[in-house]
Design a protein around this ligand. Structure first.
Ligand SMILES: [Zn+2]
Length: 143
């Protein structure tokens, strides 16, 4: 199988988690390899390199990213970072972070953009569990 690098790069730029486990995104400038959905800044196209497996990236001399844990086993807690992110977000929200710093403050504490955080929470939380009212209007109704 050959990786379509242009497509792979677009997937990484969009941090599309559906492609986690399909390929590995390595960054020449940092020597680190990531999952496609890694929240770290997307490098320039010419600095990106793609591998089918983490093992292949390692043997090319890259190290695993500590942020997205590309070596995690699918289905393990490490792998399911999105659910974990939602859990951490909920804990911070119950600590009153949103009241104090807003959704922007919450997102920056978690190390994500506000847009990314909203997207993860939309997919991970049931509509009734929306932690802040401003976003309730955007939650799809399922009744
Ligand atoms: Zn990463």
């Amino acid at each position: 199988m050959v990786i379509d690098e242009e497509h792979a790069y677009r997937v990484c730029a969009a941090r599309d988690a559906r492609f986690d486990g399909c390929f590995i995104h390595a960054v020449r400038t940092t020597g680190i390899y990531c999952r496609p959905s890694c929240p770290a800044v997307t490098p320039k196209r010419r600095n990106s390199q793609f591998f089918l497996t983490a093992a292949a990236a390692q043997s090319a001399g890259f190290r695993a990213c500590r942020r997205c844990l590309p070596d995690a086993v699918p289905g393990s807690p490490e792998w399911n970072l999105r659910a974990d992110l939602a859990g951490r977000a909920m804990r911070l929200i119950s600590d009153g972070v949103v009241e104090r710093d807003g959704v922007t403050g919450l997102a920056s504490r978690l190390g994500y953009s506000e847009r990314h955080l909203t997207r993860v929470l939309t997919s991970e939380l049931a509509p009734g569990r929306w932690p802040w009212p401003a976003l309730t209007a955007r939650t799809p109704h399922d009744c």
